[in-house]
Every structure is written in C-alpha cells, then in structure tokens.
Write a protein that binds this ligand. Structure first.
Ligand code: MSP
Length: 652
C-alpha cells in the first residue's frame, strides 16, 4: 500500500549568533510532530536549515572581522550540533549558501522576470536590517520598524520589483476559501485587515548596496532579496527546477509550515504569492506560534537575556527540556520560561507522576513475582475502565496533534498516567498480596505493565530518549512488534514471563530548589550554579503507598489565626480569608462556606499548609490551605490546637 506522506518545515535560522531556547521552540515542536507522524505510519519529510545571506549577516561578519562564508560556517556547525543534542530528526538540513539552493533560486528569479512578474525600477524607502524588511513611511511606528521597534535606514537604490499587486485579490480569495491555511485564526485576521485590505505595494526583490547574496542571473550587480532567497528553501530543498523532481512530486505541497508569529507576514503573503506565480500549490497550513518570553519580555541578544539551550540540556537533559517546551505553553500563545517552572514540571510530572508509576509497579512486581510479568486473570470493571482509557488514548492524541496541540496531547497522556497511579491506590496490590489473592494480584500487575507500555510508546515523539529507558526496565527493548502504533491499539500484548529489571535506574530524580531557586533566570551560562540539585532516589516503600519522614518534612504545617473572613459572590461554597502567620499575612480561599459563618471564624487558630503552590480560585489568589476533618456524613470541622499557641508556630 502507498504510504501517506507528510512534509513539515521549520523556518531556516539566521546563523548570526548562537540560538537561544526560544529558537529551539519551533524546531522541537516540528520534531515532535514529525516523529508522531512517523509513528502513525506516514512517510515524513522534515526540513530545517539556515538562512545565510543578506545585509544583517554581512555586517555581523564584518564586525567579527571574518569573511561572511567563514563566519556562517562556524555558527552553522554549532546549530547542527545543537539539533543533534536535542534529538532533532530532520530528514534534510538546507543551507542557502549551497549550490543546489542558489541555482534553483536564480532559476526562480529568471522565471519571474521572463513571465513579467519582475520589473526594474528605483527603490526609495525604509529598510529594517535586523528583520530584513522593507517598510513604507506610513507603516513605520514612530519612525521605527513596526515589528522589532528598532531604527530603520533610508534606502535609495536601483532595484527589481515583484508585482505583488497583481496577486492580491487571488490571495485574499484563497485565504477566505481555505480557513485552515493560516493558523491560528487571529493571525489570519491580522494579515487580511492590516496588509491585504489596504492593498499590497510591489515588493523590492533585489539590492545593490551590498554583495552577500545570490546574484541576479542576468544582472549580477544585484543580489536577490534575502526573503525571496530564504522562502524558496522550502522547495529548493525538494529539488525544484532541478533534474530530479521526485521529492517535489512526493512531498509538495507542504502539510505544515511552522513559524514564529513575527514572520507570519512573509509566510502568508509573500510566500503564497511567489508560489502562485510559479504555478505551484500553496502549503496546506502555515502555523504562527507564539513566543517564549522571560519575565522581562522577549529573549534577545541585544537585551542580554538569552537562555542558552546547551546549558539547560547539560543540566536537565534534552527530554526534560523538550517536555517542558511542549507541555508548558499552549501552541499558538505566548508563554513564559523560568528555570523554577521547569524544575516544578520535572518534579511533578516526570519524577512524581511518570517516574513513580514505573517505580512503584516494578518494585511491586519484583516483590510479588520476582520481577516476572505474570499471566493475568479475568478483567473486572475497574480494569476495563483502565484499558478502555488506554485504548482511546492514541486517537485522542492524534486528533490533538493534527491541530498542533502539543500541550493538549501531553495533558491527555498525563491524565492517563494519573489514572494508572490511582488504579494502584484503588486496587492496593500490597493488600491483595497479604490476603493471598494471587490471581487478582497478577491481573492488576499485568494491567499496570500494559499501561506503562502504552504510555511509553505515546511518549516517543515528545521525549525520544525516555521510552528506551523504560523498555530496558520492562525487559522489552528492541521488541518492535509490541512497541508500534498498531500494538498500542491492543491491551494485553506484553508476553507473560518477560523478565523486568526493577530499580536499575531512576528515570527522573526529584530536584530540590537551591537557595537561589525561585529567582527569575536571566542569563543561564555554564558558570551559573544550577537552581536545583538531584535528590536521592525514591525508596521502594513508596510503591506501597507509604511516604518517608523526609517526604512528610516537605510539608510546611503551621498554626495560623484567621483575621478576616468574607463570602465570595457567586460561589456558595467558598470563603475568602486572611490568615496571620505572625510575621506575615496570607489570603486563602477555603471551601468551608457551607459549614461556617464568616464572623464565627475570626480569631480561630487552625492548622495550615504554608508551602502549597498558590492557586487561583474564582479569580482570587489562594496561598495555602486550611486543614479540616470530614466524616462520611459530610460534616466538616476545622482542625484547631489543644491549647493556645502563637500564630506561625510550626507543626511537627
Ligand atoms: N531567517 C528567518 C526565517 C526565514 S524562513 C524562510 C528568521 N530566522 S530567526 O533565526 O530569526 O528565527 C527562527 C525562528 O525562531 C522563527 O520562527 C522565530 O519566530 C523563532 N524564535 C525566535 N525567538 C523566539 C522566541 N523567543 N520564542 C519563540 N520563537 C522564537 O526569522
């Protein structure tokens, strides 16, 4: 059978400086998508590369005292290594300084000229070199570039122009008729209202005031405008206008072109118009994702607030960084990066949820079945609920991935991990072992192992290294038949008798914030002290639902005095309280309104969890939790002290 194809691209990067963690975002997302499509049986072509020409690069090379080619070669080598350590599985890496690209771009330019889309005239207007973009006087923002807000330069030179105006109506019509073409929708509206409706001016597509670019074939005093050069990479890499058209035939039009939001205009106006002029189909979807920001705004070299991805990978491992980028930020929206948020994700999602599921399961399997996968008995309702959820997961995740909802897909996977952890608590294998219910115990353990197998396969596109480590422990590494997309459509394929290896390795050690932890990260460099250190490996007792004294010690329990209490409009269960810890006051939202009148609470001293992550309830910040006891009849009473003691006292 002929395989379905999938062509995905990232922008090609300027090799003007080392890339920061924000740059990695597009490529990590594209890689997760490419891997997901390969998993589901597509013939994938995943393209990335470098955008090496133009005035910006020429100037930077000059400043570095190097020839442009030598200057970019060095950085491109670094970029390729970065993608290697990020496990980017690109099928091709195109450099715009390669012959295959340059020849094809010259042919494209020639074709435009011969068919009358390009004419020679004189350009007088503004140019933003960092963005490599032309602007008209009326488009400027207080005399600066409307995109990056940096100063623009006045350019007066003889140039070739592309007749954009000729294609405006066709493009408008195309965008209206193909609502999926520009995603998310907000970006589509912006393009229509801000650029297409006011009318497109013809675009200057050659420059004469510098020379680092591809020469116009019939007029070599001109170099081709860097965006026409760069955008063409998506087809020159497929061999467009070369002797071998096979890749063009197989993969064009692209299925998804991922880009950051600041370059949407180039990809949804210029690019489709060039393609129309070439008589080629337009990509099925151009997706403009949001930015990864720091507390103080966008990362940029000039602000000196870049985060070096190599340093982060060194500290936390590439899978963990990939997980954070894909999980933390809904694709399309802007999101914040901080090392503290990263550490929290690692601890909660990877060490606790995923790591514990594996550790608990394998530790119990070791104890009760000498680490051998047992033969399951009959499945009960609880088991069917678990297996039903596992079997629905591939489709649910595939649908979300088709909408580029990486975070949504991972959330679904983690819901299932959570369900499997709860299944351990509900079935209490330690109690089954004590009661001698061998068959039931075997079924429960088997179902847990199957759940982990399915999770590990679905994890593969997002965290390509971790599944292998799980399979080693499960004793199924290399068993392609039970690690494929088809195999996770079945529940019950791990062979009984397989020997697992418990506790051979902790997947993700818990990290403890050091004293500096919590401060926003400005510039992560190799010399910085890490914000977190690995904690000791979790103990086997955890498998049986027991916690250690150290675990208990992590809860900061205090006595607090309630100093204010009031009802919250529209929330009949909640009260807004102020509590005093002696030296400090906190606002808490508590679900006790059905049990206490606000006034009756004033002056009460109660037990309080002081280091709970703050949450927002009904838009109100809640910084901690009051402890209350609840019985089966639904009565609820706050826990107070036996004798008065000052507020803020520690409970040990
Ligand atoms: N060379 C052009 C693209 C040409 S494509 C035909 C370019 N290069 S870039 O190196 O400046 O940016 C590459 C990608 O990184 C872009 O998609 C850009 O949006 C993305 N990012 C750069 N900084 C970013 C963040 N802080 N956050 C998320 N993505 C960011 O533009």
């Amino acid at each position: 059978m002929h395989k379905k194809t999938f062509y995905i691209t990232t922008p090609i990067y300027y090799p003007s400086d080392k890339l920061h963690i924000g740059h990695s975002y597009t490529t990590v997302a594209a890689d997760a998508m490419a891997r997901f499509k390969r998993l589901t049986g597509h013939q994938v072509h995943f393209l990335t590369g470098t955008d090496e020409h133009g005035q910006k690069i020429e100037r930077q090379a000059q400043q570095a005292g190097k020839q442009p080619q030598a200057f970019v070669d060095e950085i491109v080598t670094w970029i390729k290594r970065l993608w290697d350590i990020f496990d980017i599985s690109a099928d091709d890496f195109i450099r715009t300084t390669e012959e295959r690209h340059k020849i094809s771009v010259q042919k494209i330019f020639q074709k435009f000229y011969e068919q009358g889309d390009i004419y020679k005239s004189k350009y007088e207007g503004w140019y933003c070199t960092p963005c490599e973009a032309f602007w008209t006087e009326r488009q400027l923002a207080e005399k600066n570039c409307p995109d990056c807000k940096r100063p623009v330069e006045l350019v007066t030179e003889e140039s070739y122009f592309f007749r954009m105006s000729k294609y405006t109506d066709r493009l408008m019509e195309y965008i209206e008729k193909n609502p999926g073409f520009i995603q998310p929708v907000s970006r589509k509206n912006e393009m229509i209202n801000n650029f297409l409706k006011p009318g497109l001016e013809d675009l200057c597509v050659s420059r004469t005031s510098f020379s680092w670019g591809i020469p116009v074939p019939f007029d070599p005093a001109h170099v081709i405008y860097v965006w026409l050069d760069a955008l063409s990479n998506y087809i020159t890499a497929l061999g467009y206008l070369s002797d071998d058209q096979s890749k063009m035939q197989t993969f064009w039009p692209a299925d998804v072109q991922l880009i950051g939001k600041e370059i949407v205009r180039f990809h949804t106006i210029y690019w489709p118009i060039f393609l129309m002029a070439l008589g080629l189909d337009l990509p099925k979807q151009v997706f403009g994702h949001g930015w990864l920001l720091l507390e103080e705004g966008k990362m940029s070299k000039s602000k000196g607030n870049v985060i070096d991805p190599e340093v982060l990978i060194d500290r936390y491992g590439s899978d963990a960084i990939r997980y954070f980028l894909l999980r933390e930020i809904p694709f399309g929206a802007d999101g914040h990066f901080s090392e503290t948020a990263l550490i929290q994700r690692l601890n909660f999602d990877l060490a606790n949820d995923l790591g514990n599921l594996l550790n608990r399961t394998l530790a119990m399997l070791n104890k009760y079945f000498a680490g051998r996968v047992p033969t399951p008995g009959k499945r009960e309702a609880l088991d069917l609920e678990l297996s039903g959820m596992a079997l629905a997961l591939p489709d649910v995740m595939e649908q979300l991935m088709d909408q580029l909802q990486f975070s949504g897909a991972l959330t679904e996977l983690w819901k299932f991990i959570g369900r499997a952890n709860k299944y351990i608590d509900e079935t209490a294998p330690w109690a089954l072992a004590k009661a001698g219910s061998q068959e039931r115990l075997a079924t429960v353990m088997y179902n847990l192992l199957e759940s982990i197998r399915i999770v590990s396969v679905l994890l593969l596109p997002f965290m390509p290294r971790t599944p292998e480590r799980i399979w080693q422990q499960l004793g199924i590494a290399g068993e392609a038949d039970i690690l494929s997309w088809e195999s996770i459509r079945q529940f019950g394929v791990i062979p009984s008798g397989t020997q697992t290896v418990a506790g051979s390795e902790v997947l993700f050690p818990r990290l403890e914030l050091t004293e500096e932890g919590g401060a926003p990260v400005r510039q992560a460099t190799k010399k910085d002290k890490p914000l977190a250190v690995a904690k000791e490996a979790p103990r086997v007792e955890e498998a049986e639902g027991l916690i250690s004294i150290e675990d208990f010690g992590r809860v900061d329990l205090r006595i607090v005095e309630i100093t204010a209490a009031q009802k919250i409009e529209g929330a009949d269960k909640l009260l807004k309280l102020t509590v005093s810890l002696g030296k400090e006051e906190r606002q808490v939202v508590a679900g006790i309104a059905k049990h206490y009148e606000p006034e009756s609470l004033l002056g009460k001293r109660v037990l309080f969890v002081a280091n709970l992550k703050p949450a927002k309830l009904r838009g109100l910040r809640s910084e901690g939790m009051l402890l209350a006891a609840a019985d089966e009849q639904g009565n609820l009473v706050l826990v107070t002290t036996e004798k008065p003691i000052s507020s803020g006292s520690k409970v040990k």
